[in-house]
Design a protein around this ligand. Structure first.
Ligand code: NCD
Length: 362
């Protein structure tokens, strides 16, 4: 069975199969109108969401299936202290597939470890957001036509932005992808992303201080919101919240075929005068999210009984209960009964990274 917890749970070929299926759905929606008749998707959302939850719901409805779940954990048994593992086992009795969003890093992985039905990570803390990545890839495919040979600028909150981490991972499997990182000091890309993802896959990246200096060379500009909810200190948030704002003036030096992506919601990082520019692809991107989730649901349900389609949830060389995770938002520090799991880091021999959230041991 396949789960989708991290974008690399799908091979490059499987990822492209899903993107191609989404393109086929777009070209002939009627063909898929009954593809999920009698199937149920459970959406378990412990953290606010508009696009992701509603696009999962719309996707399943357009496939002829049904949706159940919660969008506010306070209305579920979670408020009584039920663990993610137990909630998953319960939902297994009611649904065929799960989409889970959680504020704790590693929550979707814990859910998958306790599930006999496919689990989709719809965002776990600041860690990963693989279905946004599929959305971004479909958008790049439709707008730019290729994944190889692109220069992509990531701007804003590269530290907490899970969509950024997941998209860089997915693009690291393509040729000649150049990454430009545009972020204030406090919101730079985490080290594990730079070393284990970029360096080890030969993805060149550079950090710059302004949008202006890179604008003319970009094929894609991926804007992000500064994630207020991930800051432990409000003053820290206030210091960086207005750091990078894209407006029509700054776009003047951009290529005519450049595309602006944003996972949304936006706060103030793109001014509304940019929306009318044909290069602004972020609202088209939202619709792509529904189509790609339709394709993902279909594929995961098709692969659910296949023995050759297995997600490796815990690497073979992982060690259990030897270290404690340094990340206090990691599920291994939050939920009783979740054992700590660390795998050897590939960039530095002799060091370890948390299997749930990629952080170092304490
Ligand atoms: C993003 C998320 O939730 O990570 N949004 C989304 O899924 N469309 C980005 C964000 O919240 O800023």
């Amino acid at each position: 069975m396949k789960h989708l917890i991290d974008p690399t749970d799908l091979s490059r070929e499987e990822t492209e199969e899903i993107v191609d299926l989404a393109l086929d759905i777009i070209s002939d929606r009627k063909k898929y109108a009954h593809a999920c008749d009698g199937k149920k998707l459970a959406t378990l959302f412990y953290e606010p969401s508009t696009r992701t939850r509603l696009s999962f719901t719309a996707a399943m409805m357009e496939l002829g299936g049904n949706v159940l779940g919660f969008s506010d954990a306070q209305n579920s048994s979670v408020s009584k202290g039920e663990t993610c593992a137990d909630t998953t086992k319960v939902i297994n009795c009611f649904a065929d597939i799960i989409a889970m969003r959680h504020f704790e890093e590693g929550a979707a992985l814990v859910s998958a470890m306790n599930s006999k039905i496919p689990v989709i990570n719809a965002g776990d803390g600041s860690h990963a957001h693989p279905t946004q990545t599929l959305t971004d890839l479909l958008t790049i495919k439709r707008e730019i036509g290729r994944f190889d040979n692109i220069t992509i600028g990531f701007c804003g909150d590269l530290r907490f932005g899970r969509t950024v981490h997941s998209l860089i991972k997915a693009l690291s499997r393509y040729e000649a992808v150049n990454v430009v990182l545009i972020a204030p000091e406090q919101l730079r890309l985490p080290d594990y992303m730079k070393h284990e993802v970029c360096d080890l896959n030969g993805v060149p990246y550079r950090e710059v201080d302004t949008l202006e200096e890179v604008m003319p060379e970009l094929d894609v500009l991926y804007m992000t919101r500064v994630q207020k909810e991930r800051f432990l200190d409000e003053d820290d948030y206030d210091r960086v919240k207005d750091c990078f704002v894209l407006d029509a003036e700054k776009l003047k030096t951009a290529k005519p075929e450049m595309r602006i992506l944003h996972p949304l919601p936006r706060v103030n990082e793109i001014t509304v005068d940019v929306d009318a520019d044909p290069r602004a692809a972020y609202f088209r991107q939202v619709e792509n999210g529904k189509f790609v989730r339709m394709a993902l649901i279909l594929k995961l349900l098709e692969w659910a009984d296949r023995e050759d389609k297995n997600t490796v949830l815990v690497p073979e060389d992982a060690v259990a209960d030897e270290y404690t995770c340094s990340n206090r938002r990691c599920i291994s520090n939050m939920e009783p009964g979740v054992k700590s799991l660390f795998r050897p880091a590939t960039d530095k021999p002799g060091t370890y990274r948390c299997v749930y959230c990629e952080s170092k041991p304490k």
